[in-house]
Design a protein around this ligand. Structure first.
Ligand code: BV8
Length: 241
């Protein structure tokens, strides 16, 4: 049943599927955090509108222009300090507590699902809060990174533990996220353009029902059984009622 629906019917259908499902996995992207005032990447107010990702979010960028790399990630870390998880994050945490969802696979590096109380969270693109030396991998502190200090062990450059373009995803998170998706009879995809590989392949790995909640519905939506166009926080609140 392909229901493209941004009326209350879509919300009612998702609410009933959520109750019926035995194993539900949620996949989130940057659109899950824009209602916390954190920009996403590819919508008209996203990071990549003013910054070429190749100049800041790749392994080459880190080596070629560390100043720009450091400026971009410091700005994002400082931005997160002023914001917090919104109602939608808290609803997903309540759903885990009630056994309605079993896992969240997230492309987000802001840590908001964990901060909101979810325990079964798989950070596919790492965490911006985990700082390490790019050369010797020694863990270090956010303050040392923000102060642009070098690694105290080897003098190398400090970086956030995010997955840059060209880097592989953390094996444990990726494999566990895949196994949750594979055994899910419901996958809810929230706030992602599904443009980034291999996270974009996850929805196709389930034989279960697939739901897409996104502010902009595009060609990716054809693979879903139900699409609900709109803001994640608002829609999660309606489903929760
Ligand atoms: C890998 C750093 C190899 C962390 C990020 C050519 C073709 C295809 C693929 C490739 C290619 N060349 C290279 C690749 C691979 C590459 C890739 O996919 N490139 C694409 C972009 C062309 N991928 C990689 O390099 C990955 N690694 O493939 O390794 C490998 C693989 C297997 C085995 C061995 C080796 C690494 C990918 C990770 C890259 N890191 N950033 C950071 O700084 O955050 S990517 C960046 O995009 C973020 O991590 C972000 O999470 C991610 C995905 O974006 P979204 O989350 O979807 O955000 P976006 O803005 O795009 O969309 C948000 C959506 O929400 C919008 O639709 C918007 O309308 C909506 N929205 C907004 N507000 C709301 C909302 N919806 C609802 N409610 C709202 N309120």
């Amino acid at each position: 049943m392909k229901v493209k629906d941004n009326s209350s019917d879509g919300v009612a259908i998702l609410a009933s599927w959520l109750k019926e499902a035995r194993h539900t996995t949620v996949l989130t992207g940057a659109g899950m955090s824009t209602e916390s005032n954190i920009p996403d990447f590819r919508s008209k107010s996203g990071w990549w509108n003013n910054i070429d990702p190749r100049t800041v979010a790749t392994t080459k960028a880190l080596k070629r222009d560390y100043d720009l790399f450091h400026e971009f990630y410091s700005m994002r870390i400082r931005g997160l300090e002023k914001c917090s998880p919104h109602k939608g994050h808290k609803i997903l945490s309540a759903w885990e507590g009630r056994g309605l969802i079993q896992a969240i696979a997230t492309q987000n590096v802001d840590g908001y699902h964990i901060a909101a109380g979810n325990e079964s969270v798989y950070e596919l693109h790492g965490s911006i809060h985990k700082i390490r030396c790019d050369k010797c991998s020694t863990p270090d502190s956010i303050d040392h990174f923000l102060d642009k200090e070098s690694c105290h062990s080897c003098g190398g450059k400090l970086r956030p533990g995010v997955v840059l373009f060209g880097e592989t995803l953390p094996e444990e998170s990726w494999n566990t996220a895949m196994s949750h998706i594979r055994k899910s009879d419901l996958v809810i995809v929230i706030g992602t353009s599904l443009e980034v590989y291999p996270a974009s392949e996850l929805p196709s790995m389930t034989n279960g029902r697939k739901v897409y909640i996104n502010a902009e519905i595009d060609y990716h939506a054809t693979q879903f059984d139900l699409t609900i166009e709109g803001k994640a926080g608002k829609i999660l609140k309606q489903v929760n009622e």
